[in-house]
Structures are given as structure tokens and as C-alpha cells.
Design a binder for this molecule. Structure first.
Ligand SMILES: *Cc1c(COP(=O)(O)O)cnc(C)c1O
Length: 352
């Protein structure tokens, strides 16, 4: 009965998330979750919020959480926006800033949700090719545009841009919003959050899904000057005034208050990433330098698709993108626990 659909729904090309298999005891290295549970203080805060007041609507402005984030990044509360996962924050940003006459620029190999939002919000995309080392070259973005968006580090390549390069772009590109999607910044990069007071067109978006072990809670946020945040709030309040429930607000706040736990978790991933990288190189892989909680690797002798399939048969799941061609021979492997790394390496060894 798809004749009942709004005509434009036929045209949508929805995002396909990495598989969330229902089987137990898989070595799940396909969607960049943190292998460790969230801080016990997060769980305590969520439990408390659940006991106290779940019959009441949450604070529509997430005031306490936004103040905590503002303090953490040394910004004012009016420079912080929160949403139901950074995907929602990104969606609102597409609507708030990128519906322009000129195209939105983003890397040809990048987060595959960007073209999906272009389709949903009728934003014209213009994909800018990565260089021959699969790196973003920001000079290529110095052209007419109605906005620029890229992840830093980029996904799925894991490669990091230095802050100086981003600042140089901001100095040249002053007439449209530059959105830096920092989903993985805590695993080895320097956040552009510090540049917010200096650049009126910079929007930094982050998530608690990766480095804060809270993919299940669905919290993301944006940092930018107040005139940008105001636009996001207008879109949000025209869509859903209560995007963050009481549990999410309480848990996210507690996560940012437990700095020690955060540092332990992120340091463990960085250390494990280096071990995984060296071991993969030892097995004959070419591994791109990663500043994220995943590595992007291609084998000199074996096709990526066959390796992904062979791992799967052993209960080990990694991400393989058939498209585009340029990356079809790469595997994106999430950095997990040492035990998961050992299982992955053993699995690969049996296939090579
Ligand atoms: C994971 C990811 C997101 C989305 O994170 P959520 O907060 O879980 O919605 C956004 N951008 C990039 C590049 C990501 O990898």
C-alpha cells in the first residue's frame, strides 16, 4: 500500500546502520561502540532519575546537562545544544544551516548519513574527493558552498586533521557554516571547541556514543556561538520539544562529571589501537593512521569481502563497505578489549 505514502518518501534513501546482531557471544567490532560499560556513576544517576520522577516530563531545555557541558568546554550555556544522539543534532543542523542555493561540501568518503540528510532535507550535496592517501585536503573546500561538513577524525578512515588546518579553512570560509563532526575526537585529536568563541560560523558536534560508552543512551551535542544554537533550537522546538528524556539528561551529566573514568576508558582504547595496528601490519595489512576507536585496513593478498565473510563464520563481525570502489578492499575494525583483539587476530590468522 505504498500508494498511501507521501510522494517524496519514495525518493528517500535511508541510512543503513551497522548490524546489531541478536546472537550472544559475538566478537562485535562493527559499529564503533566502546567495549567497556559506562561509569557506575552514570548508572547510579539514571537509576535515581528513574526512581524519582519518570511520571513527569523532562526539562525541555536540558538545562543542567547543558550547563555541565558548558563548564566542561569553557563556554556559556547559550553556546550548547543537546539532542537525541548526534545524528539528531546533525539532522537539525542540515535543516537549520544547509538548505542554501549553493551546495553542501563533504568528503566523498565519509559518514554515510550526510547524503541521507541531503535527500531528506533537499540539500544539494557536492562530494569532494579524498586525496590519494585517503585523507581530507581542506584546500579543496575553498570553493563556493552553502556549508561544509566533515568528521574529524574522518570516518571510516580514522585519519585526523590538525586544528591549524581547520582554523585556516575557517579564516577563508566565513560566509557559510563549517560543521566539524567530532564523534571520535576523544581518541586522539584536539577538539575545535576552543575555536568556538573566535569563529561565528563554526559548529562542533560531539556524541556520548563512542568515548563515553553510552551508545544506548542516545545523547549528542553541538557547540557554537549563540546565533547558531538559536537556529538549532528553533528547528528542535518545531519538531520535538523533549528530545532528551530524564534518564538521558541525568546519565549524560554524570558521564561528564566522571572525568577519571572517561580518561581510563579512552586511554585503554588508544593503547589497544596501537597493539591492534602493529599486529595487523604484522599480518600483512596496510593500516591507515587512526585517531579514532577503529582502524581502517586493507590486506595485500586477500580481498576484504572474503575476510569479512570468513571472520563472520567465526562469530567475529567487522564492517566492510562494498561502495565506493576506492574503499571496497578495506575493513573497518572497531578497537575492542584485548580479548576481542586476540580473537580477531586468531580469526584472521586462520584465514590468511
Ligand atoms: C557514530 C557517529 C555519529 C552518530 O552518533 P550518535 O550520537 O550515536 O547518533 C555521528 N557522526 C559520526 C561520524 C559517527 O561515526
Amino acid at each position: 500500500m505504498s500508494n498511501l505514502w507521501s510522494p517524496r518518501v519514495h525518493e528517500l534513501k535511508p541510512y543503513v546502520p551497522g548490524e546489531q546482531p541478536k546472537m550472544a557471544r559475538l566478537v562485535k567490532l562493527n559499529t564503533n561502540e566502546h567495549p567497556m560499560p559506562p561509569s557506575p556513576k552514570v548508572v547510579a544517576a539514571i537509576t535515581q532519575a528513574a526512581t524519582d520522577s519518570l511520571q513527569l516530563y523532562p526539562d525541555p531545555e536540558s538545562t543542567e546537562l547543558r550547563q555541565t557541558l558548558a563548564d566542561y568546554y569553557q563556554l556559556s550555556i547559550d553556546e550548547v545544544f543537546v539532542g537525541n544522539g548526534s545524528d539528531e543534532v546533525l539532522a537539525h543542523a542540515f535543516q537549520a544551516f544547509f538548505q542554501q542555493d549553493k551546495p553542501l561540501l563533504f568528503p566523498d568518503i565519509s559518514y554515510s548519513f550526510y547524503p541521507v540528510y541531503c535527500g531528506l532535507y533537499q540539500v544539494t550535496p557536492k562530494q569532494v574527493p579524498l586525496d590519494e592517501n585517503l585523507a581530507i585536503r581542506l584546500q579543496d573546500y575553498e570553493q563556493a558552498n552553502g556549508g561544509i561538513i566533515f568528521p574529524n577524525p574522518n570516518a571510516p578512515t580514522g585519519q585526523l586533521l590538525p586544528l591549524e588546518a581547520i582554523e585556516e579553512l575557517l579564516q577563508k570560509n566565513t560566509q557559510s557554516v563549517v560543521l566539524v563532526d567530532e564523534a571520535y575526537i576523544d581518541f586522539g585529536g584536539e577538539s575545535a571547541a576552543n575555536l568556538v568563541p573566535k569563529y561565528p560560523n563554526l559548529l562542533v558536534v560531539q556524541t556520548l556514543s563512542k568515548s563515553r560508552s553510552l551508545a544506548g543512551l542516545r545523547v549528542g551535542f553541538a557547540l557554537g556561538q549563540q546565533h547558531l544554537i538559536d537556529a538549532l533550537v528553533r528547528v528542535k522546538d518545531s519538531f520535538n520539544s523533549y528530545p532528551l528524556d530524564r534518564l538521558a539528561q541525568a546519565g549524560a551529566k554524570a558521564a561528564f562529571e566522571d572525568e577519571a573514568y572517561f580518561q581510563v576508558g579512552r586511554t585503554a582504547i588508544i593503547k589497544e589501537r596501537e597493539r591492534l595496528t602493529q599486529a595487523l601490519i604484522g599480518l600483512g595489512f596496510n593500516v591507515l593512521p587512526s585517531a579514532a576507536n577503529f582502524v581502517f585496513a586493507s590486506h595485500k593478498g586477500q580481498a576484504a569481502a572474503a575476510l569479512a565473510l570468513g571472520l563472520r563464520e567465526q562469530g567475529i563481525i567487522v564492517r566492510h563497505f562494498k561502495q565506493p570502489e576506492k574503499i571496497a578492499n578495506y575493513l573497518r575494525i572497531t578497537v575492542g578489549t584485548s580479548e576481542q583483539t586476540d580473537a580477531l587476530l586468531a580469526g584472521l590468522q586462520s584465514l590468511l
